[in-house]
Design a protein around this ligand. Structure first.
Ligand code: GDD
Ligand code: MN
Length: 250
């Protein structure tokens, strides 16, 4: 089974459409899936909207007392998840559910341990981003690039075999649970599956100056981690190939 964790804070307007789209994709591809929504007591009532979805789909809802942060929400969601493959995607329809079958199949059939939904790989892209956000994103990616060969380093859309993160000390600060997983996760093979990121249509982004500061703190922590623990071999699997095409050892 695959567990898709969705952290939510004030996402009432998009959550239903997203969950419907996820199950349309997984059912169409014959993938056994559940969704785990982790809501931080959203003032807009997202928690109740999530509860309502349980009537129609295999959905779990984790309610937390208040806004405790995106990364810790994902970690709590993975704890509740029952799948042997676990993943995460945003609630605002930015992460195209149409990429789910390719992401999951790469893990189930092609021997990848980590599958990243990627904007910055051939075939991927971004729709409707203001220039400022594009610059922030590219800078964030550039700063972390010595830590991992993954191109979309700040992706918040990815799936792993549970063993990759089980028992790993993931720092729950800030937004970048993906980066944490990419650097500390117990995987050798990974794939980047292209998708086009669409700017949210409803609600507001929660990315502010605070999150940018936390990103810098997280980077410093990961650099320290890398210096203490050394590099691990990571092997990129190309989407069209069955066998690893290029290897890197960053
Ligand atoms: N439970 C919970 N608690 N959920 C949260 C919190 C929180 O404190 N903060 C944010 N979320 C949820 C949002 O409701 C949304 O579903 C998801 O986390 C991402 O938040 P956005 O506000 O939409 O973030 P973004 O669009 O600026 O950034 C996202 O996309 C980037 C590009 O892939 C994040 O996924 C980033 O990590 C990612 O780099
Ligand atoms: Mn978003």
């Amino acid at each position: 089974m695959v567990s898709v964790v969705i952290p939510t804070y004030n996402e009432k307007d998009g959550i239903r459409e997203l969950v419907e789209a996820i199950f349309a994709q997984t059912r169409g591809a014959g993938i056994d899936a559940e969704v785990v929504i982790v809501d931080d007591n959203s003032p807009d009532g997202t928690g109740q909207a999530a509860e309502d979805l349980k009537l129609h789909y295999p959905v779990q809802v984790v309610h937390r007392a208040g806004k405790l942060g995106l990364s810790s929400a994902v970690i709590d969601g993975w704890k509740a998840a029952r799948g042997e493959i676990v993943g995460v995607m945003d609630a605002d329809l930015s992460h195209d559910p149409a990429a789910i079958p390719a992401l999951v199949r790469a893990i189930e059939n092609d021997g990848c341990q980590l599958a990243v939904g990627s904007r910055y790989t051939s075939g991927g892209g971004i729709k409707q981003w203001p220039l400022a956000r594009l610059i922030i994103s590219k800078t964030a990616v550039w700063m972390a690039s010595p830590l991992t060969p993954i191109r979309d380093i700040t992706s918040g859309y990815f799936f792993v075999r549970r063993e990759v993160v089980d028992g790993v000390q993931l720092n729950p600060i800030g937004f970048k649970i993906g980066l944490e997983t990419f650097v500390k996760g117990r995987y050798r093979t990974f794939i980047e599956v292209p998708y086009t990121f669409t700017n949210r249509v409803a609600g507001k982004s929660k990315l502010g100056l605070g999150e940018i500061w936390l990103y810098l703190v997280q980077l410093a922590d990961l650099i320290r981690y890398r210096l203490t623990n050394g590099a691990v071999e990571r092997v990129r699997v190309e989407p069209s190939n069955e066998t690893p095409a290029t290897a890197s050892t960053r």
